[in-house]
Design a protein around this ligand. Sequence first.
Ligand SMILES: Nc1ncnc2c1ncn2[C@@H]1O[C@H](COP(=O)(O)OP(=O)(O)OP(=O)(O)O)[C@@H](O)[C@H]1O
Ligand SMILES: [Mg+2]
Length: 504
Amino acid sequence: MHNFATKENNNNNSPIERLKEISSWVSSVLDLDQLLELIIEKATFMMRAKASSLLLLDKKTRKLYFKVATGEKKDEVRKYEINLGQGIAGYVAEKGEPLLIQDVTKDPRWYKKISESTGFETKSIACVPMKMNGDIIGVVEIIDKEDGSPIQPQDMRLLTVFADLASQAISSAQKIDKVRKENQDLREELSQKYQIIGESRALKKVISDAFKVANSKTSTMILGESGTGKELLARLIHKAGPRKEDPLVIINCAALPDTLLEAELFGYEKGAFTGATTRKIGKFEIADGGTIFLDEIGEMSPGMQAKLLRVLQEGVFYRVGGNTPISVDVRVISATNRDIAKEVEEGRFREDLYYRLNVVQIHMPSLRERKEDIPLLANHFLQLFRQEKGLPHLTISRAAMEKMVRYDWPGNIRELRNAMERAVVMGNGKEILPEDLPIFSPRKAQQGITVGMTLKEAVDAFKKDFIVQNLKHTGGNRTEAAKIMGIQRTYLSRMISKYDLRDI
Ligand SMILES: Nc1ncnc2c1ncn2[C@@H]1O[C@H](COP(=O)(O)OP(=O)(O)OP(=O)(O)O)[C@@H](O)[C@H]1O
Ligand SMILES: [Mg+2]
């Protein structure tokens, strides 16, 4: 993939010059995997080694795995993992001291298995640790010189320089990630994306409960209709507690089939199944120290419920295809819009899991139960969208506001937000009018339609119902109703006589 041969042949630079060149990559190559590969390839080349590799330490499993390998058996060795303390690499990773062994067959620390099964004859190995802030993060090793000469002490010095470069590369990649994340957090805070708006007593109670649970690790279940702000509340609980600097990991349990959900939650080892070409860290592990938010928990299958229960009971889990128990410190918040107690009663949701998740329960009130928040929310979204769409002077007319307060909002705050967005975009740009708001209950409009009717009869039934609803909505104001439905006032009058709706 990377061919340096021509470059190498053309210049007579000293090793120091060459190293300077490599150092400059560390700041210029943004892709970490590619950078580590470049570093190891260069090390192999400069030391004329037969093979070399970079192994990283997985802190959870305390195993080293091959991140980069060169040499004729490079693809085969990547399958192996080495326990901390096992073999020469494991020894160096454990002790943190470099090691040069001229004849491995005479050294009791040598772990023969890999060479034997790949058929790669090994005589000497030089191995140095990689460190970051005093912690050992992995090792770099070279195996034998191409010409059969012994590995020299100066090779060890060079290898140490390469190991340091690789550590620096990893450290700067992590720093870049951190800066990215901080920027994102800052942007989110600035955009007030996760602000919870509302002054109603019902909402205030919910928020004060959230602050109370935030300070402990108590498992919390958030119940409430769709669009009431369950996810927003989960974010608040996380952000208001001592874990706020650690990750909040959100996973929607309804979005994935079981096998994928399991892999997402617990991760998998390389080769665990077809397509698992690299190891993947699961959400539980990513959330270590922080919070995991299991959204739509009510949709979880019985099989996954059993697996989740085991993790919560035992505090440990295994990556798919792995056999090392991994323990994490994670706070669990879950949410569902189902009537979960009923799900338990009817046997669709495990009772034991329910008790684990539902130590504290918070119920998000629907928007119907706190209509006094509607104007606040409407203005909040108005501000948001008029800024976004460049209409700074747009306001909400009194009639439109009244219409919103009267409406039942089956989709709750999400529906209100969408309605405001549409109104901002579709309106006249000065004032939001009732007809700009796409709100009426579509479910009711289909009442009275049944199998057995002709299409014409069904269409008539629908039309009649639809017109009735709109007339009711506007308090009998035909001009307004016609506007909302996007039809001529005269056509509406004809329909009113046809369906005999004069009394509305
Ligand atoms: N009190 C609030 N103040 C401001 N915005 C809110 C509030 N409650 C909800 N929202 C907004 O409404 C939308 C829906 O909220 P959220 O996704 O948290 O609801 P949910 O209960 O998780 O819904 P679902 O059950 O459909 O997943 C989001 O855009 C959210 O930002
Ligand atoms: Mg949600």
